[in-house]
Write a protein that binds this ligand. Structure first.
Ligand code: DGY
Length: 335
């Protein structure tokens, strides 16, 4: 028997976070598996361990039943900025603290949104496949041409940390930057102006109509689910490129599939999909690589950022165990 607080970690996270748990002398149990636990496994394990702390990933669905399985639970800390996988109302109703990892992954995720944008525009995946298929016979004036990125119009949907970091990077490409959000963000506009980016707040319709590149940076909520459906893809330019590094269900996959099929837009690049993981034989994959670029939800996957996320998740957890205010409370941040 021990009176150290017990913590359950649903899958291995970087050592940088586990070291903090070790130093704090909590009794932590890391489930050493590649795939997430199913709900039954998670509930059974929580009943068995009865931890005070749960450190989970975005692939774990933490609902009221899961929370109730751990009778002593005080804190749920997720190794992600998004917390759409946690039933926040149930957590609040039970008085649980919930931590997440905002800020530390914004720049890395913005880098990746640009990687997707550039890949889709300049057809680098196609180029690589073309070479490896031994189809490269000669230099050609029309070979794998794509739209210019420099001088184009970038439309950013959601102007929080990540969206504004994506917009800031447009300075080097001399782009016109439009954004839409629940309201105008004068402070962010001012900050970006220092980098030479003149970001204009516009209504969603205008953004979709005017942008050459539309990049999504909204959290998944009932309001943003299916945000890009048939009317939205139809409203976009037929030469437009859609980039999604937010959450898969923000885009209606069927609508996007039809849009690519019927050339309503030129291309899409997705780091997140619905469903996720996306099976290789899903209907939409027939557009790869000519019209669709895919990545397996890796926008925040730099070594440094994953270490920072691990430390932040551990610190949130430890604060919750100590009954202190969480450095990054998802409950506060959603208010
Ligand atoms: C998050 O943290 O929510 C991202 O989707 C993965 O890093």
């Amino acid at each position: 028997m021990t009176d150290r607080p017990v913590v359950y970690v649903t899958r291995p996270i970087p050592e940088a976070g586990l070291e903090l748990l070790e130093e704090a002398e909590v009794e932590f149990h890391v489930r050493d598996e590649k795939l997430p636990p199913g709900k039954n496994e998670l509930v059974d394990r929580l009943v068995e361990l009865d931890p005070e702390g749960l450190l989970c990933l975005l692939t774990d669905h933490i609902d009221g039943e899961v929370m109730d399985a751990a009778r002593s639970l005080d804190v749920v800390s997720t190794f992600s900025v998004g917390y759409d996988h946690i039933d926040m109302d149930s957590a609040e109703a039970r008085g649980l603290a919930v931590g997440h990892t905002p800020g530390v992954l914004s720049e890395t995720t913005a880098d990746f949104a640009w990687a997707l944008l550039m890949t889709a525009a300049r057809r680098t995946v196609e180029g690589s496949e073309y070479v490896m298929a031994d189809e490269w016979e000669t230099w050609g004036p029309k070979l794998l041409t794509g739209p210019d990125v420099h001088g184009a119009t970038l439309g950013v949907v959601g102007f929080g940390n990540i969206g504004s970091a994506v917009a800031r990077r447009a300075a080097g490409f001399d782009m016109e930057v439009l954004y839409t959000d629940t309201g105008r963000q004068p402070d962010v506009e001012e900050e970006l102006a220092e980098y030479g980016v003149d970001a204009q707040f516009v209504a969603e319709d205008e953004l979709l109509e005017r942008s050459d590149f539309v990049t999504l940076h909204v959290p998944l909520t009932p309001e943003t689910e299916g945000f890009v459906g048939e009317p939205e893809v139809r409203a976009m330019k037929d030469s437009a490129v859609l980039v999604n590094t937010s959450r898969g269900p923000v885009v209606d996959t069927d609508a996007l599939n039809t849009a690519l099929e019927e050339d309503w837009i030129e291309r899409a690049a997705l780091d997140v999909t619905d469903p996720e993981p996306l099976p290789a034989d899903h209907e939409i994959t027939r557009h790869v690589p000519e019209k669709l670029v895919l990545a397996p939800h890796i926008a925040s996957a730099s070594i440094g950022t994953r270490d920072r996320m691990a430390r932040m998740a551990a610190k949130n957890l430890l604060a919750g165990l100590a009954g202190e205010e969480l450095p990054n409370s998802a409950i506060e941040d959603r208010r």
